[in-house]
Design a protein around this ligand. Sequence first.
Ligand code: DAH
Length: 343
Amino acid sequence: MIEKIKALLEEVREFNATSLEQVEELRIRLLSKKGEIPSLFKDFKSVDPSERKEVGRQLNILKQEAVKKLAAIKSGLEQEALNKKMSDKKPDTTMPARFNPIGSRHPLSVVRNRINGIFERIGFVISEGPEIEDDWHNFSALNFPEEHPARDMQDTFFVSKNPDIALRTHTSSVQVRVMENQKPPIRTISPGRVFRNEAISARAHCIFHQVEGLYIDEGVSFADMKQCLLYFAREMFGESTRIRLRPSFFPFTEPSAEMDVSCNICGGPGCTICKYSGWIEVMGCGMVDPNVLENCGIDSRKYSGYAFGMGIERIAMNLYQIKDLRMFFENDLRFLRQFRSAI
Ligand code: DAH
């Protein structure tokens, strides 16, 4: 029996075929129910116990090799046939061209890229910081007093039970990181995602995006800030845009202001977009409070600077007349496709 097995093993190893019929023929002869290998397994019962181990081993090798070899030759032949079929086929030039759908950038990315570009052209560099922040970078270094309501659980998402670690509530945290790590002159903008524990509505969301700006050098004045923001407003909303600064309050700037731009829809007389005021609020800004400079290791007697922060959603809503902020987050293709031509 061992000779028979060896002879078959040799046959299997040398076997080659040029057609699927030849493969099938061998398969039937060796492996089908009444084939040679199953009948060897039947005869196995009568093998002398002393030889059983070796015969069994050889028999198993024979079966495995036969199955493997036949499958390999079969798939090789099938592939060859497929290749031949493909190369014989003439291209059908009347077929409609394949449609390659191109995605579109999200409107928030479009607006963020535009804002970045406007400031990069006048020497600002982009810097980014972590979305999970500590109390120092998000609040303390920015001159928020301990008991300031913005630290309240109402606004801030804390990460775990540690009151020191939270999701950043604004990108102003990045200005702290930049000032701690760089020496003036500093000119940077920081776009990014921010988080606030707010109820979701047409005008508010718990996740949104901001761009923060910071300029620190010797002798930087409020007038420099005004000119920089006027340049931004005209690049963003059109050449004839006017700006107005209203006094405001932020813990990290002194003096602080809120900047409005003239309504880009009605140009001033009033419409539903600007609620008949002629103005649209776009950002907070101000001169960096000397306390903040000192907290970040910058000599406030030598250096001064301005900072500003704006919401990307708010600018995008204005630019594209989007009335509901939730549209940015729903990813409805009918909405997103409208921005296909935007870059
Ligand atoms: N961090 C402020 C906010 O989230 C926005 C802001 C206001 C940033 C004034 C500034 C600034 O840098 O000077 O509402």
